[in-house]
Structures are given as C-alpha cells and as structure tokens.
Design a protein around this ligand. Structure first.
Ligand code: SAJ
Length: 408
C-alpha cells in the first residue's frame, strides 16, 4: 500500500496515524506545530490516553515519520480542528481550507484526500470543492475527495479506533471501497459507504443526539433540585424501563465535540434547530447552576470566604488531560466576570499551569479549603475519596458516598 500522510497530529490525527503505522501502513505524520513534531521526533507522546504510548512504540518500530512540511504522498488524511464562530454559530472552516490548500500545492494527480475533521453538512460542497477546482484539478479524475468522520471517544480512543463502525462518504462507490480497504487495515467494526453530504450530517447528528440527551438529564437535575427530589434515584429507576436510557446530569458539557458540533446545525438552520438550541443553552447553563449550588451550600454552612472553596477536577471529563471547554474553566470564567477571586483548583491529570490558584500538591489543596466541589469523575478521584472526610463536599458527578455530601 502507498504512503499515507496524516495531517494534524492532535487528539484524532495522532492515534489514527499511530494505528495505521502499527498495522503495517507506511505513514508520514504532518503538523505545522514544530513543538509537537519535535516532541514526537524525540519519541515522546503529546497527550495522555490509555494505550497511546504502546501504540507509539509499535508505530516507531514500523518506521512512522514526522514532518512540519507538507510532503507529497498518494493519500492524505486531514484531522485538523474545526471550531465554530462564537457569534454566527457557523463552522469556521479555515483550518480545513488551509490544510487543503497546502496539500494541493504538493500533491500529484491521482491523490486521495480524506477529511476526518468534523464539518457541518455542506462544507465540502461550499468550501472545499471550489478550492480544488480553482487550482485546476478535476475532482473524481485528478483528485478523489472523501469524508470519513472520526467517532472515537477520548478516554477509550484506541479501543474505539479498532472496534467502532465507521462512515465513509465518497463521490463514487469505487473510491469509497478503496478508502474502506485502508481503514480495514486496523478497523474491525462495520464500515459503511455513503455519499459525502450524508457522512457530514451523520457525524454532527450523532454528537447532537448526545448533547440533547445530556441536556434532558441536566434539566431533570434542575427540576428535581427545585422540588427536593433525588434525580439520580429517579434516573436509575426510569432506566429500568426497557425503552428508557437517560444519561447522567453533570456540571456542564465540555470538550471540543459535543459542545461545538450542535452549533453547526443551529447556525445553518436557524428557526428549525429548536430542540438543539435549547439543549445547548441548558448544557451551557450548568456551570452557573453549580455556582448557585455553591452559594446555597456556603450560606447553609456559614462559609463567607470564597478562597476556602476548591474545585476538584479541571478537565472536560474523566480520565483525560484535555481541558478544552471544560465546565470547571467555564465556572472559573463566570466567577471572574463577577470580579471574584479565582477559585482554588486541583486536577491529578493536569500537570501544567492553566489557571490562577491551581494546585499541584493535593494535600496542600485540601489544607487550604473547607468546601470541595467534585467536578470530574477521574478514577484517581474516585479512589481517593476518603481523603475528603471532614470537608464539606459538593459532588456534581454523583461519585461520592460520604455522609452529608451535597449533590447537584
Ligand atoms: N457528559 C455528561 N453526562 C453524560 C455523558 C457525558 O454530562 O451522561 C459530559 C461529559 O462529562 C463531557 C461531555 O458531556 O463534559 C462530553 O463527553 P462525552 O464523553 O459524551 O463525549 P466526547 O466529547 O468525549 O466524545 C464525543 C463522542 N460522541 C458520541 O458519543 C456521540 C465520540 O464518539 C466522538 O468521536 C467525539 O465526541 C468527537 O470527536 O466528535
């Protein structure tokens, strides 16, 4: 098989490149960030993920290469970020567009470009095809364009890369089959071939579905709090019904996927995407709801000093080191807007300094606070629950059984 150039070595691109390489595919990993490439060239992984180090070792043994320059290969996989514009709520396709432009500069006729980044439905038609055509290439003859959105969940990426089913959107069955062969080198899940627009929409729909379901759980938490009912007990019992499966309430929805992708639909279909918009608003309101809970608990316990509160967990979810759009950061930001002193925080997964008043010594963190707010259900936090005995605890993730623990 020919060489594959994986462009964008972040949370999706890196595991994908390593997985391909460790399954015997010749892989070149490209990233414009020199720091990332230098780290990988010195044989260090760039983020924490179960099984990633082992995969990296296999990929190195199999000769994976890294570069900051775009180099010509037969097939390109683009896994660059796709943020959304905070005002228009529409996709910001600049990273994808720039990556496509850079590929076009170096690629030969016959190349296949696979876009793995999540994009809103219609992005390929609207932005990508015109760029390729303007450069003189004929799509389908000179260049094959494919959308193969990733589906892996941080925290279980390596397992899901292998076993999840995948979608391949292509202009023709032939090219879809060719790309299916490539992913079949490591993917044991079913690989469905469809058209590009369907693949674009399906991916966004999957994440929107989850966002709406989390919003339902969060709304229930608010309703139950307002009338003194136990939301967890209610969800547990309701879920015993064979056709009910409610998700878990929490301090908010973070990460770069679920908190972003539904906005693509809101931005592109205003007036039609109504449940989707409400769900986004409910999930975005949760860090403020946690703040209200903190305020009530402080009042109940006669705590006046905000500096005696500590947020336990900074990442957007459990067992990852990714803090993008994390509810804890949203909460800290909301406090800053009220000109309050930054709350103390600690996360066993976050070694670098990302916020003011962040601790790296857990004992010191505990010594300096009276009220601890559990924000993330890291295994490490669950294991060390007894350390919290004697503190006032607000548990937003329902993982603490200690007597007197406050819940959402
Ligand atoms: N969360 C809750 N309650 C729940 C489940 C999640 O509050 O019951 C919160 C989490 O704490 C987190 C946020 O939602 O803050 C998102 O976490 P997640 O675990 O639901 O999802 P992500 O963002 O890590 O990954 C999602 C996945 N999509 C779906 O499950 C439909 C993953 O498969 C995608 O590949 C990924 O988005 C992506 O890259 O698009």
């Amino acid at each position: 098989m020919s060489e594959i150039n994986v462009i964008g070595l972040g949370y999706i691109g890196l595991p994908t490149a390593l997985m391909l390489a460790s399954h015997g595919v010749s892989v070149l990993g490209t990233d414009c960030n020199k720091e990332i490439i230098d780290k990988l060239l010195s044989e260090n992984i760039t983020f924490e993920e179960e099984g990633l180090s082992e995969l990296f070792k296999d990929a190195i043994l199999n000769g994976i290469k890294f570069s900051t320059e775009y180099i010509a290969t037969d097939t390109y996989i683009l896994a660059v970020p796709t943020p959304y514009d905070k005002f228009s709520k529409k996709i910001d396709p600049d990273y994808v567009i720039n990556a496509i432009r850079s590929v076009i500069k170096v690629c030969y006729k016959g190349a296949t470009i696979i876009i793995e980044s999540t994009i809103s439905p219609g992005t390929i038609d609207k932005y990508i095809r015109p760029i390729i055509e303007e450069s003189g290439f004929i799509i389908g003859e000179d260049i094959n364009l494919v959308h193969a959105p990733e589906r892996i969940i941080p925290g279980n990426m390596i397992h899901e890369l292998k076993y999840n089913s995948r979608t391949i959107g292509a202009d023709s069955k032939k090219i879809g089959e060719k790309v299916k062969d490539l992913y079949s080198t490591f993917c044991q899940g079913e690989i469905v071939i469809t058209d590009i627009r369907t693949a674009e929409m399906t991916k966004v729909v999957e994440n929107t579905y989850r966002d709406i379901n989390i919003a339902f759980a969060n709304e229930l938490a608010k309703i139950c709090r307002s009338d003194n009912m136990n939301v967890y007990e209610i969800i547990k019992i309701a879920n015993m019904h064979p056709r009910v499966n409610i998700l878990q309430p929490g301090p908010g929805v973070g990460g770069h996927c679920i908190s972003v992708d539904p906005w693509f639909l809101v931005g592109d279909y205003p007036g039609l995407a109504n449940i989707i918009l409400s769900a986004r608003k409910i999930n975005d309101s949760m860090p403020r709801f946690v703040l209200e809970r903190i305020r009530d608990i402080m009042k109940e316990n006669g705590i006046n000093d905000l500096t005696r509160i500590g947020l336990y967990g900074l990442t957007y979810k459990e067992n990852v080191d990714d803090v993008r759009e994390s509810p804890t950061l949203q909460l800290i930001e909301a406090m800053e807007k009220h000109l309050a002193p930054p709350l103390k925080s600690y996360d066993p997964y976050v070694k670098r300094n990302i916020v003011k008043n962040q601790y790296h010594d857990f004992k010191k963190f505990l010594n300096d606070i009276d009220l601890v707010v559990i924000m993330v259900s890291h295994n490490e936090i669950k294991k060390n629950m007894d350390n919290l005995i004697g503190k006032i605890i607000l548990d937003t993730k329902n993982i603490c059984d200690l007597d007197g623990t406050y819940k959402l």
